[in-house]
Write a protein that binds this ligand. Sequence first.
Ligand code: ADP
Ligand code: MG
Length: 263
Amino acid sequence: THPVDASDLEPVDKSALKVSDQVAIEIIDMNKWYGQFHVLRDINLTVRRGERIVIAGPSGSGKSTLIRCINRLEEHQKGKIIVDGVELTSDLKNIDKVRSEVGMVFQHFNLFPHLTILENCTLAPIWVRKVPKKEAEETAMHYLRKVKIPEQALKYPGQLSGGQQQRVAIARSLCMKPRIMLFDEPTSALDPEMIKEVLDTMIELAEEGMTMLCVTHEMGFAQAVANRVIFMDQGQIVEQNEPREFFNNPRNERTKLFLSQIL
Ligand code: ADP
Ligand code: MG
């Protein structure tokens, strides 16, 4: 069922993938409820700069909620989330600061359909960052070249394939110069032949040292790029390990069951 094998992806230069000692994200005893429903339980997670973490787990285990808490699209009720040294509280200044450092790419690309690709990429830099239009356009073209679709700049999202739209979504995030990128199933809505082009874009980002948290079912990508795989079930981090150990020697019964179903 898995269209992309690790060997299909652009070869990864592992020596280029460095993890620093600096902490990018720290989550301490974090809990979240949706009303009465205890969706995240005692989450502890330290992410260092340059880490590439894949978050796996069954549907409904809380993966999206966890990464949405990291840029405060969702609010947690207990414990701490500290991003780049800034604690996420109800203080709007802190929330703005964290959001400006953290880019997010969703399953459904969430591009503005009535704006061109270029306008999608320059909107936030111009209106949020107050970047002059010409400079914002130059930056946008730089990232559109990086995701290999500069020639689409003046088209509208509806004129692009799903894989191209997702690469625009990645470029649009990068235009805000984030230090951390969160991906929530970025390839789940794509046809098989388009998955690889998006994963290859993500690999390039990893090779440039981006700190990345990726919720994905693409285990080939996890094997090729992640330095750590986290397995969630029922709102908890049940197991985590470096990819080879995680796939070859899972310890937890729930991890074993999950892997037997998807590999
Ligand atoms: P995953 O991404 O692992 O599939 P989610 O984080 O989306 O899991 O959801 C975890 C659980 O929380 C699921 O049981 C889901 O139904 C529930 N949930 C998600 N969002 C909400 C919400 N806004 N209100 C209430 N329950 C929610
Ligand atoms: Mg989800």
